[in-house]
Design a protein around this ligand. Structure first.
Ligand code: ARG
Length: 479
């Protein structure tokens, strides 16, 4: 018998002992106890206990509002607040008892409160349902997660920007179609990643606006006949808006899906960067020397130093994309208001957050500790005719139409390839045979360094442009 089978066998026995009474908080109408197997199947405490701090903050704000509108006395509110804080402390000290019988974090905390305060504790759930409560907790949790990802993204951006000055003089090939394309300054590449992570930060800020909406007060699905003040609750929890439709808000998980997408977009950016650095650190490229402290060896090939950190970052994108797909599938076709399916949302969001936060946290020190292999890059920077576009633009400045200039340079590259030379190694006579407008100064635009220096457009790899961008980022990131 497998362990799994064994577990099921045991629960059959336990289920037979169910009594005629149901002790759940919602058990009043029930004449039968919950089957143990159902209890195990439906529990969420094993994962939603992660929201304990948000659940307590939400409950304190709710109780404070109930007190404002005289549904709780000041004394009752103070007792509830003090006890909720004490429960929080017990959870943080690891002495709080969890039990699947209490389903979820909301029930656990409320039960602990009632155990201590009796009827006063029983008043906390006034004008509230777990449907608006879980949505509130989740919004508060995601709001914190957004703020934490923002800090981690900024930290990674800083790691890239911080190395720009040191790497400023290094010219590297930029690739299109994985073929050598044009020469660029290494910091121009670093700042390309910084731009991507900036868009990720902006996307999260945009998502935060919709996350930062109060659900509490929607109650189960219709609102409440009690005289609550939702503006007060919103104010206490720092929510900027109040959900205006009680039926909508209890089914709304748009904010969680948006967050999961934003996390997936970060994971995609990280995976592209990891891929770039994996191949650039191979012997074939020898552009980057990864720090050994972030690599691992092989159990059979003694010479191996493998880029596992980067591979895991690249690999983690799979589960983050999977989580987004799971969440979209989860809400597809769900009817209005709350359905228990929605309990499946939390683990996917937690996992996306954990995967992306862990990846960002390890990426920053890896970026800081990686070294450019300057000699190896310099040795081959003039291979691959990276300056062909520079020559074409020289011809355009001489008055040759672009399409014609493209053709002339194409022929010159062919001549150079056939004679195993770089463009800068061709004699002036060869250039002038191809186009009599070419003069001696053409050599000022040939070679990778010259091609970079000739650049001038906004956003290009022109040294003055890159310098300005570095300064802009330093200021923005307070470096
Ligand atoms: N554990 C539930 C969830 O995560 C809380 C809400 C349960 N609501 C209910 N009416 N059963 O969604």
């Amino acid at each position: 018998m497998t362990q799994e089978q064994d577990k099921n066998e045991n629960t059959v026995g336990a289920a037979a002992q169910t009594s005629q009474k149901n002790a759940k908080a919602w058990g009043g109408v029930f004449t039968e106890a919950t089957d143990d197997r159902m209890e195990k199947f439906s529990e969420s405490i094993s994962f939603d206990k992660r929201m304990y701090a948000q659940d307590i903050a939400g409950s304190i704000a709710h109780a404070r509002m109930l007190c404002d509108v005289n549904l709780l006395s000041a004394e009752e509110f103070r007792a509830i607040e003090a006890e909720l804080n004490a429960i929080k402390e017990r959870i943080e000290q690891g002495v709080f008892q969890y039990s699947t019988a209490l389903e979820d974090i909301h029930m656990h905390i409320e039960k602990a409160l009632i155990d201590k305060l009796g009827d006063v504790g029983r008043k906390l759930h006034t004008a509230r349902s777990r449907n608006d409560q879980v949505s509130t907790d989740f919004r508060l949790w995601i709001r914190d997660a957004i703020d934490s990802l923002d800090r981690l993204l900024a930290q990674l951006q800083r790691a890239f920007v911080a190395r720009c000055d040191d790497d400023f003089d290094v010219v590297v090939p930029a690739y299109t179609h994985t073929q050598r394309a044009q020469p660029v300054l290494a910091p121009h590449i670093w700042l390309a990643y910084v731009e991507k992570f900036q868009r990720d930060r902006e996307r999260l800020q945009d998502c935060r606006k919709r996350v930062n909406t109060l659900s509490l007060g929607a109650a189960a699905c219709a609102g409440t006949s009690l005289p609550i003040d939702r503006a007060k609750t919103a104010q206490y929890l720092g929510f900027e808006a109040i959900a205006a439709n009680s039926v909508d808000v209890s089914s709304d998980r748009d904010f969680a899906l948006e967050f999961a997408f934003d996390a997936a977009q970060i994971a995609l950016h990280l995976s592209g960067w990891a891929e770039d650095w994996i191949w650039q650190s191979t012997v074939e490229f020898s552009f980057l020397k990864l720090p050994q402290s972030f690599c691992t060896g092989s159990s059979i090939m003694p010479q191996k130093i493998n880029p596992d950190t980067l591979e895991l970052i690249r690999g983690k994108s799979a589960r983050v994309i999977g989580n987004l797909t799971a969440l979209m599938t989860l809400v597809k076709g769900l009817p209005l208001a709350y359905n228990r399916d929605l309990q499946e949302d939390k683990e996917r969001v937690f996992d996306s957050y954990d995967s992306v936060a862990d990846s960002l946290a390890i990426a920053a020190p890896l970026v800081a500790a990686t070294k450019l292999d300057r000699d190896s890059i310099a040795k081959r920077i003039n291979q691959g005719y990276l300056d062909a576009t520079s020559l074409m633009e020289y011809l355009i400045r001489c008055g040759v139409p672009q399409r014609a200039a493209h053709g002339i340079v194409g022929e010159l590259v062919r001549v150079a390839v056939d004679s195993h030379r770089a463009l800068a190694e061709l004699p002036l006579a060869t250039f002038q045979d191809a186009c009599d407008l070419i003069e001696q100064n053409v050599y000022d635009y040939l070679g990778a360094d010259n091609a970079v220096k000739a650049m001038q457009s906004y956003g290009s790899t022109a040294p003055s442009q890159v310098r300005a961008q570095i300064e802009r980022w330093k200021e923005k990131l307070e470096l």
